[in-house]
Ligand binder design. Structure first.
Ligand SMILES: CCCCCCCCCCCCCCCCCCCCCCCC(=O)SCCNC(=O)CCNC(=O)[C@H](O)C(C)(C)COP(=O)(O)OP(=O)(O)OC[C@H]1O[C@@H](n2cnc3c(N)ncnc32)[C@H](O)[C@@H]1OP(=O)(O)O
Ligand SMILES: Cc1cc2nc3c(=O)[nH]c(=O)nc-3n(C[C@H](O)[C@H](O)[C@H](O)COP(=O)(O)OP(=O)(O)OC[C@H]3O[C@@H](n4cnc5c(N)ncnc54)[C@H](O)[C@@H]3O)c2cc1C
Length: 664
């Protein structure tokens, strides 16, 4: 059989309606139609070509990005694309650009932290891209510790202005995307100083560059921070460095929804919590969870299609060799990643709902769900990005040697994705925030305040710390209630154990620091419980289409039992399950791999990714891998000449010397 036929045969084996699954994956028929239309639009437009990206120099890559961004903006206007369509277009163009920070952080910061008046002044210009903004928070010396930022904004009552200044080298802004070469404006986070008194970190709108000739305004030193990890990848972004030398801005350019400075220099705080200054980060963390499912599904699609095409060993009587996807080891590494892609998709949808809900409440001055929204966005951002970064690298290894080729698409996907574990909050720092929230929840148990939302299970802590898992046979692990209780018991017991250990310290902060590694593990257990429970909730919905729900049930069970197997130590050491029950879970997991096997190609087809978006020879839809790999090799610049540049200077003299030596 020709390699090109392998995937067609696989598609015939599918045990469900792929077209219906595409709609489940997209979130709705409407979302599917937009995604399908916009992805084809991007794939057919020569300006959005990206197959040569990793070969470009930094300067050429950056100019290519500017060209793509300008073209994207032109198409958005010409075609009158809606916000959802524009975001979809950005996703399929698949090239990080300054526009991400303008739309994804600068505008949301003004919306979330600006007063009505400030929004009316700045947002129309920003929406029309008459100004381009970035989010300038992180400094050379401080990123995670936002309270440690050093940039100052001193109020000058004489002129009714703030003076923005970088007092030290470490106060230089460092990292903001779009800052290096493009942004005309920034939301700058700086310490507010009035009459010598420090009121902590606040946001200020600062113009950086002339709107006439793009030169930096007086007192501003700005540039790019330099090359980052990998070729292509995140180097399309101009992450920047910025210093202020006593730059003056009008008083009304401090974002004043949370706190205000009056003409007389009086500092006033609204009723809204101070933490709203961090609101933009909560918004972006929520979007990063959905991005994780995209990046993961893309890597999994490549590795799954290639694993069905690739054959090694096992030929009988001259017949074909075994497809590597049929090796149990390949399945046990790949299928949990496929299940994780679906799990992250559904938890991302739920988080979007949670964020919309908290936003609505905030508008009505109800701040009660803010701590949970912060814990969920922080924790899920952390757990999904860490798992996705690891999974992309695993997919590369699943593709053997060819996975290491740039044309597999996996090296660049890895390089562009991994900073997600760091930006928008280092993953460990964020898990520590979740742990604080959990310890607070445990400490309030029995106080009459019942935990709600994602910590509602803590309300049953007495039962969860004593219950015995009821599994006796492998198939008992297929019951959602059994899975849920095991995950709840593990999470509750880990949190309670941490709280008990903490109570032994006379200084709680010292205790928290000493126990932080255990606390992070408890936070991970809590977040994994959320993901599993949201997958199970999704399955309680009406899901049409032949076999669709059944496939999703299988994937949900694979996801949960894979986590259980991976973290068996937690489950057994907390007594949430017995070693025998752990072994039964593994037995069931093996059966689930066999069950899902016939449908895996159709399950990745359901992502509906174009070959342009996948950007991978190994993952192309027709599976014609070998011919394409062979053809691609000849396109490499090294193959433009048969004899390489440098032969006469560096190869020939050695060869000649060798011949001379041989004669001696
Ligand atoms: C070429 C293509 C062109 C196409 C054009 C198309 C156009 C259309 C396109 C549209 C595209 C849109 C795309 C969008 C894409 C967006 C991509 C964005 C990419 C991201 C880039 C990265 C950006 C960044 O990294 S920005 C910087 C991020 N920095 C951080 O995250 C810092 C992390 N640190 C912190 O968050 C804090 O300092 C923290 C929380 C660790 C500690 O803070 P602090 O010391 O103040 O607090 P604590 O004492 O620990 O806590 C006090 C108290 O506050 C609570 N709390 C803390 N944080 C929050 C919060 N965020 N919200 C609510 N509450 C919070 C905390 O729990 C404590 O509560 P207590 O009750 O008191 O315990
Ligand atoms: C590609 C990229 C794009 C970015 N874009 C922007 C942007 O647009 N705007 C912007 O303002 N910023 C941006 N950033 C900055 C980013 O938000 C920070 O780098 C991030 O928040 C991490 O902070 P840090 O660099 O200070 O890490 P650090 O906090 O210095 O982390 C170093 C190590 O210390 C550990 N650590 C730190 N604190 C603790 C603690 N309390 N307990 C235990 N361990 C700890 C961390 O886990 C990590 O292992 C970007 C960064 C990158 C890489």
């Amino acid at each position: 059989m020709e390699a090109v036929d392998y995937l067609a045969e696989e598609r015939r084996k599918a045990e469900f309606d792929v077209e219906e699954m595409k709609i489940v994956w997209a979130g709705s028929r409407h979302a599917y139609e937009i995604s399908d239309r916009v992805s084809r639009l991007v794939a057919s437009d020569p300006v959005f070509r990206k197959d040569n990206r990793t070969m470009l120099s930094r300067k050429d890559l950056f100019k290519d990005t500017l060209r793509k961004a300008a073209h994207a903006w032109k198409r958005i206007i010409e075609l009158r694309l809606s916000e959802e369509e524009a975001k979809t277009l950005r996703f399929y163009v698949d090239q990080p650009a300054y526009t991400d920070l303008h739309w994804g952080m600068f505008i949301p910061a003004i919306k979330g932290q600006g007063t009505e008046e400030q929004q009316q002044k700045w947002l129309p210009m920003a929406y029309k891209m008459q100004i381009i903004g970035c989010y300038a928070q992180t400094e050379l010396g401080h990123g995670s510790n936002v309270q440690g930022l050093e940039t100052t904004a001193k109020f000058d009552p004489q002129t009714d202005e703030f003076v923005i200044h970088s007092p030290t080298l470490t106060s230089s802004k460092w990292w903001p995307g779009g800052l290096g070469k493009v942004s005309t404006h920034a939301v700058v986070y700086a310490r507010l100083i009035i009459d010598g008194q420090d009121h902590g970190v606040h946001g200020f709108i600062v113009q950086l560059r002339s709107l006439d000739d793009h030169s930096p305004l007086p007192g501003i030193t700005v540039g790019d921070v330099g090359m980052k990890f990998g070729s292509g990848a995140y180097n399309s972004m101009d992450n920047g460095v910025l210093r202020f030398d006593h730059v003056r801005i009008p008083r009304n350019q401090m974002l004043m929804r949370v706190s205000q400075v009056t003409r007389e220099g009086k500092y006033m705080q609204s009723d809204v919590p101070r933490q709203l200054v961090y609101g933009t980060m909560v918004y972006v963390r929520q979007t990063i969870v959905s991005d994780a499912s995209r990046a993961l599904s893309r890597a999994v699609c490549i590795a799954t299609r290639y694993s069905a095409v690739r054959r090694q060993f096992g030929s009988q009587n001259g017949g074909p060799e075994t497809q590597v996807i049929n090796y149990k080891t390949q399945q046990s590494r790949l299928f949990p990643l496929l299940a994780s892609a679906y799990a992250f998709k559904f938890v991302g949808e739920w988080l979007k709902w949670l964020y919309a809900d908290v936003t609505q409440r905030l508008e009505a001055n109800d701040f009660s769900t803010l701590p949970e929204a912060h814990a969920c966005t922080a924790g899920l951002k952390s757990v999904t990005t860490s798992a996705t970064a690891d999974a992309i690298e695993e997919c590369r290894k699943l593709c053997g040697g060819h996975g290491y080729l740039s044309s597999s698409g996996l090296p660049e996907l890895f390089a562009v994705y991994i900073p997600a574990c760091t930006y928008e909050g280092d993953n460990i720092v964020l898990l520590l925030q979740v742990a604080r929230f959990l310890m607070k929840t445990v400490s309030q148990l029995g106080s009459g305040k019942n935990p709600v939302g994602t910590t509602a299970y803590m309300g049953r802590v007495e039962h969860l710390t004593q219950c015995n898992c009821e599994v006796q046979r492998a198939e008992d692990w297929l019951k959602p209630s059994v899975i849920l209780e095991a995950f709840e018991a593990r999470a509750a017991r880990m949190s309670v154990a941490c709280a008990k250990s903490l109570s032994k310290f006379s200084n709680p902060e010292e205790g928290f620091a000493e126990l932080s590694a255990d606390l992070v593990e408890a936070a991970v257990a809590h977040c994994q419980l959320i993901i599993v429970s949201k997958f199970i909730e999704k399955l309680q919905q009406d899901i049409p289409g032949k076999g669709v729900k059944r496939q999703l049930e299988t994937l949900c069970n694979i996801y949960a039992l894979y986590l259980l197997h991976k973290h068996l130590g937690d489950f057994i050491s907390t007594g949430s399950i017995s070693p025998k029950q752990g072994a039964l879970a593994n037995e069931q997991l093996r059966l689930l791999y066999s069950q899902v096997r016939p449908s895996v190609i159709a399950l990745v087809d359901a992502f509906n990714y174009t070959d342009h978006y996948l950007g991978s020879i190994l993952g192309c839809y027709d599976g014609n891998v070998y011919q394409k790999l062979y053809d691609e090799a000849w396109k490499d610049p090294l193959n433009e000449t048969v004899v390489p540049d440098g032969y006469h200077e560096y190869i020939r003299p050695i060869l000649k010397q060798h011949i001379r030596n041989a004669r001696l």
